[in-house]
Ligand binder design. Structure first.
Ligand code: SF4
Length: 335
């Protein structure tokens, strides 16, 4: 884990990943008329950097655009606007064989390890596949590397001949991690990697990810809806709401001194380990608004307990508060 190497959520050194003004707007049909279209603003202009060796947590409710962001970075989805620069290279300028080659450096771990593992393939074949595709091993070297990777993620050699359905959820996630590690990536995008697992297993997988980061000098973009999980693993955190980043900064600043009312509400829902300690629960009214019809002004104003007239009309900019070092987009920080 890295110590403080950023200021106010902005990375100070040359980052491994730079995301600038990234947008994903989907066009969908509205109602029964084929002519009537609507724009769904899944991601609406977000920017952040991730430095080598860092864990950057992206947190928010389901539907806020965090997984879409991960898929755009992976080049699995084309961005509507904005850029993704990986290791100094603009990814929108890379395609075909070059993109395939570049993909070796960034891998993804998915929420549902069962759905992401081919049920007809043995674990050996699943882990061997990227080794063969990227021509990293051949002959007996493939099996040797598969056994090595199984050992790295805490699975026995004999797991290689079995099929995904023969494993528990936590073990399947370990197989997914082994497959991601096979190509020795620089960046791993982990999209809700523990949310389908029991709490006891969650901590085992999170600790494994931390150990692997130290061992292999990995960089993580860790996507989750659970702020306590993001708090556990991240160096810096960005909070997303309705396709926008509403708060970004060092983990401790965001968790101990949240500035945006949405971050405060998310934090208030996290159980406190000490039963004597009390945390006031902020219950958000209503559901996440539709990204096809986002509210005017501050996107959070329809649910914010502090909203006033200005919030309905004026979009707040990301700014530093007087008593904080992170950035948040809220008019209350204007002072
Ligand atoms: Fe709430 Fe207004 Fe701040 Fe938005 S700008 S978070 S509505 S107080």
């Amino acid at each position: 884990m890295l110590a403080a190497r950023t200021k106010g959520g902005i990375a100070m050194k040359k980052p491994l990943l730079q995301v600038e003004g990234l947008k994903k707007h989907f066009v969908s049909q509205k109602g029964f008329s084929k002519r009537s279209k609507q724009i769904v603003k899944a991601v609406d202009g977000i920017s952040f950097d991730i430095q080598a060796g860092e864990t950057f947590g992206l947190v928010g409710e389901s539907g806020c655009g965090k997984s879409t962001t991960g898929r755009m970075i992976m080049q699995m989805l084309e961005a509507t606007e904005g850029t993704v620069t990986f290791d100094g290279r603009r990814m929108d300028t890379v395609s075909g064989q070059e993109l395939k080659k570049a993909r070796k450096d960034f891998q993804m771990i998915f929420q549902d390890p069962y759905a992401s593992l081919n049920p007809r393939m043995t674990v050996r074949d699943i882990i061997a596949e990227p080794l063969i595709v990227h021509r990293l091993e051949e002959g007996k070297g493939i099996d040797q590397r598969v056994y090595e990777l199984l050992d790295t993620v805490g699975l026995p050699k004999k797991a290689a001949e079995r099929y995904p359905h023969e494993f528990s959820g936590g073990q399947r996630q370990r197989i997914g991690i082994a497959r991601a590690l096979a190509v020795k990536p620089k960046l791993i995008i982990a999209d809700e990697p523990v949310s389908a697992l029991d709490v006891s297993i969650q901590s085992q997988v999170l600790n494994l990810l931390k150990d692997l980061q130290d061992e292999f000098d990995l960089t993580y973009l860790f996507i989750a809806h659970d702020l306590s999980v993001v708090d556990f693993i991240s160096d810096r955190i960005a909070v997303m709401y309705l396709g926008n980043i509403v708060e970004i900064g060092e983990r401790d600043d965001v968790i101990q001194n949240p500035q945006h009312p949405y971050t405060k509400a998310l934090l208030s829902a996290v159980p406190v380990p000490d039963p004597r300690a009390k945390r006031e629960r902020i219950v958000l009214e209503g559901d996440l608004p539709s990204p096809s019809n986002p509210p005017s002004g501050c996107p959070f104003h329809t649910r914010c307990p502090f909203a006033w007239d200005r919030c309905k009309n004026e979009v707040p900019k990301l700014q530093r508060g007087k008593e904080s070092s992170q950035l948040a987009s809220c008019h209350l920080l204007d002072g």
